[in-house]
Design a protein around this ligand. Sequence first.
Ligand SMILES: NC(=O)c1ccc[n+]([C@@H]2O[C@H](COP(=O)([O-])OP(=O)(O)OC[C@H]3O[C@@H](n4cnc5c(N)ncnc54)[C@H](OP(=O)(O)O)[C@@H]3O)[C@@H](O)[C@H]2O)c1
Length: 262
Amino acid sequence: MKYGFIGCGNMGSALAPALSKSGNEILLSDHTESKALQLAEKLNCKASQNADIANECDIIFLAVKPQSLEKTVSEIKSIISDRKPVIVTMAAGFKLEKIESLAGCNLPVIRIMPNTPVAVGRGVVLYCYNNLVDESTLSDFIKDLSFAGAFEKLPESLMDIGCAVSGCGPAYMYMFVDAIANSAEKNGLDRAQAVKLAALTMSGAAEMVLQSDKTPEELKIAVCSPGGSTIEGVKVLESESFREITENAIDAAYNRNVELGK
Ligand SMILES: NC(=O)c1ccc[n+]([C@@H]2O[C@H](COP(=O)([O-])OP(=O)(O)OC[C@H]3O[C@@H](n4cnc5c(N)ncnc54)[C@H](OP(=O)(O)O)[C@@H]3O)[C@@H](O)[C@H]2O)c1
């Protein structure tokens, strides 16, 4: 399978390294040629142009911002409407049928919603696809990208809320780590060590949620000894509406995804 990336920004340069581990041929292009050249050198693959990618690749990632998507598709429209390669879109809110309408034809489209931890092989990639994507291509695609992290299939109607959780989620987790480190540093811990402790704790707690048969609430209670220190912190988080604020943040991200899709 020959893959192409149009766009080598945050997400293109996070996904292409994971894909390159599969040993498939990859072509890269970007408006800023140096971005494609640098990434190509790092991954030992080829920097290219949009038209060549459209002409040669079996699966083409459109890794550009949602506001650049229309223009990007228009640049390759005549080639892809003829060849009908698989198009992979990752633009928040953009529906499968929107890509077909921009391309002006029916063609196989996979919609993914990755998150930035794909760069370290611990990402989440949500996906859905239209009925022109055949099952064997889909399974090769997931296998080839498996170094990015976990794949979760969702109906397209749930992609917007899924994106608010796992696509946007890393930003919220980083804020939590940062806030914990602020207090730790204020109370004497070295900043780098504080960030490390908070991040390792988040990663370990996440693993507990995934591996244990207990709910997050039950796991929380297990850390809170009566009269101990954890419960004092939990009381502050509850009284300062931590849960409500977090829910509001996810709702806001979800609403924006819905808006972007209109
Ligand atoms: N960042 C995230 O955490 C995240 C998470 C989930 C999904 N996504 C999705 O991933 C997509 C890419 O986001 P990003 O954060 O990677 O954006 P980004 O960092 O801005 O990267 C996009 C790159 O594509 C280039 N580009 C734009 N139009 C092009 C064209 N027609 N031909 C060639 N190159 C072109 C841009 O170059 P110029 O800057 O020179 O225009 C830029 O280098 C978006 O749809 C976003 O919704 C991002």
